[in-house]
Design a protein around this ligand. Sequence first.
Ligand code: NAD
Length: 485
Amino acid sequence: MSYPTQPTASHFINGQYVEDTDGAAIEVIYPATGEVIATVHSATPAIIDAALDAARAAQAAWAAMTGTERGRILRRAADMMRAANHDLSVLETYDTGKPYQETSVVDATSGADALEYFGGMAATLTGEHIPLGEDWVYTRREPLGVCVGIGAWNYPTQIACWKGAPALACGNAMVFKPSETTPLCALKVAEILHAAGLPKGLYNVIQGMGDVGAALVADARVDKVSLTGSVPTGRKVYAAAAEGIKHVTMELGGKSPLIIFDDADLENAVSGAILGNFYSSGQVCSNGTRVFVHKAIKHAFLKRLTERLATAVIGDPMDPQTSFGPMVSERQTSIVLDYIAKGQAEGARLVFGGARMDRAGFYVQPTVFADVHDDMIIARQEIFGPVMAVLDFDDETDVLARANDTEFGLAAGVFTCDLTRAHRIAAGFQAGTCYINTYNDAPVEAPFGGSKASGVGRENSKAAIEHYSQIKSVYVRMGDLEAPF
Ligand code: NAD
């Protein structure tokens, strides 16, 4: 199998591709067929050292450039990513299995948005002047130093950019470790950044499993860690970062609620439930997988939902008509099938799908359970696959309490035509990212991130700057200084 933009080696360090075949081989599998399409090698200690040393060496000169100069490079990279969108989207589809119909409008494009947005912001990052009578304090917004980014497998290009763009805009260097399941796309991000003029050493990509991530987090050369991953991994990375008192951003998992009131526009609500459960075959952290539907419209909702799910085009992800693709891996497929079996064993009513598809690759049907209760496993644990749990409700106060009754707090959504109720519910949600009459939009202008166990810190927007820079205050005395002795 060939694809147009194959990276030429496993790692990208100090401005160039680097190989070290002493590292354990990691096979890259195309989820639509199960074929091995590439092999990369896990970073050896020498590769980890080389990446961190390169980042350390390059960072100070980068921070000394003006924001305008840094931003110009990021914006040039954004333009180059957009120009290469087709090839990057094909690569993203091979890496993840997500349909080209999605990757061509979501992945390299949202990565480019982040590069453009933070590139534009780089020149605006300033401190402030605080007058104190004759004396004064001024603040400097300074970079953190070397930032480590660790990615999940569902949005490899986007995650590489969402972490890299604000880090670089603020004057940091980055070492990025993609998920071992989808190692290819971040290498192309590094290649494009350097082709756009990024000085060598500032954005390095190294491969590996959790042990490589853990080695990066523990290293004294690292000042900040930004993880996108599951809550159990987040706990480990947060604890390891605490050992070195390092800055962290944690973008973790969720089991988000989506509440649909009986006055909602039914077609829009069904669209929201589809987008919030089946896009990327359900492998989206912020998905609204607990769908609370008012009893008065339950029947109508399930009827329209199942009618529309029957029109999903499931098949070859490279076919632009395909709207639903495979799971990322055999492992994730069996995790999802296991949850489906648990749902059936617990007495949830299967109203759509529920099985692996009889074809090559890792295809699981879009699956809907109705009559789900709050204490069922499928309503409590993150499945990270195309499995929607529909729960009934008839009281606003009660449904909000049930929606919030979870350790997670990543996202939440409400569909209603009652203006005040919409805002009342949004205010009551214990979640970092909320939606009214829509679901899963993630524009770069808006903060994105979780509360409770779903995370710490925010990506995107001006808020991300706080997580990739620190404030230094400088007290300036204008007169003589008195001392007690
Ligand atoms: P994961 O937690 O298994 O792995 C995430 C990354 O952490 C991988 O690169 C992995 O190699 C690395 N890792 C594992 N153990 C480590 C350790 N001890 N130290 C350092 N790094 C380590 O997650 P996944 O299965 O790749 O992705 C799915 C999860 O990611 C889901 O829970 C999903 O909700 C979450 N996610 C969250 C967001 C968000 O923005 N909040 C976005 C996408 C995915």
